[in-house]
Design a protein around this ligand. Structure first.
Ligand SMILES: C[S@@+](CC[C@H](N)C(=O)[O-])C[C@H]1O[C@@H](n2cnc3c(N)ncnc32)[C@H](O)[C@@H]1O
Length: 257
């Protein structure tokens, strides 16, 4: 199982408003369906899972996440329709069962997207929809500086798996077509986030890409890493206030008839 449990629900939610927009953009791609049966893969703390269930009137919604911390936080969003389970979305598959397979900002953590999308799409019933959003921002200095610094400071730096896993948008279009989605929409969108300062980028990535360094570095090493990272990143971005953080994301939707 691909595990990833450096998640801190509070840290992740620090930029909740900015992170939420692509979620709702993805929801807007969905075709309305009466009382769909839905799975939300990599559901995080479940807040948006419950909001999705409400917004599309699902008859049942299952949120799956590998993080014990996230699933514990999700418990408060459980209801008659909505439930949560710990599980690995890279291996998840349930043949011919769902009207909607939804995954916002989670598939980037698992490798081999052709295989994963095959499993997810075979889990759809006839007419079912797949909706996935992944970040595609690995060439921003926030990521490049982190990888460069880790190479210098660590004997065996953990790789940027998101950069390794995420494919180019046109590859997803090919995959959806090959998987029998006769309707599809794949796009690369640049979200612009107006942050108070360039230094806020550090707070943003502390909740995402930098989490991979936290455990191997230990507490003292982590604090030192963050100080050096901030210094180096600001040298590249400029110590600007405010700062516009451009963030590319791929949104994909398909329907199989
Ligand atoms: C960036 S958060 C997105 C959460 C939620 N979908 C949202 O839109 O706010 C990514 C989530 O994917 C989960 N995740 C990462 N790898 C996973 C895996 N192999 N199986 C299940 N969940 C995974 C993480 O634990 C995390 O909660």
């Amino acid at each position: 199982m691909t595990t990833f449990d450096g998640w801190d629900p509070d840290k992740y939610n620090q930029f909740a408003a900015e992170r939420e927009q692509p979620f709702w953009d993805l929801v807007r791609l969905l075709e309305p369906v009466d009382s769909p049966k839905v799975v939300d893969l990599g559901c995080g703390d479940g807040r948006l899972t419950a909001a999705l269930s409400e917004s599309i009137g699902s008859r049942s919604m299952l949120g799956i996440d590998s993080s014990i911390a996230m699933i514990a936080a999700a418990a408060e969003h459980s209801s008659e329709q909505v439930r949560f389970e710990v599980g690995d979305i890279g291996a998840w598959e349930q043949a011919d069962s769902y009207d909607l397979v939804f995954a916002n900002a989670s598939m980037q953590w698992v490798p081999d997207h052709p295989a994963v999308l095959t499993k997810w799409s075979t889990s759809l019933r006839r007419g079912g929809q797949l909706a996935v959003q992944v970040p595609a921002n690995a060439n921003h200095p926030a990521h490049l500086v982190a990888a460069e610094l880790a190479e210098e400071l660590m004997d065996d730096p953990p790789p940027d798996v998101v950069a390794q896993n995420v494919l180019v948008p046109e590859r997803y279009a090919e995959l959806l077509d090959a998987l029998g989605f006769d309707r599809q929409h794949v796009r690369l969108q640049v979200y612009v986030h107006h942050l108070a300062s360039a230094a806020e980028v550090v707070e943003w990535v502390k909740g995402t890409t930098l989490t991979r360094f936290k455990e191997p570095l230990g507490a003292a090493g982590w604090d030192r890493f963050i100080d050096l990272y901030r210094e180096r990143l600001l040298a590249v971005l400029g110590d600007r206030s405010p700062y516009l953080y451009p963030f590319k994301r791929i949104l994909m939707w398909g329907q199989r008839n």
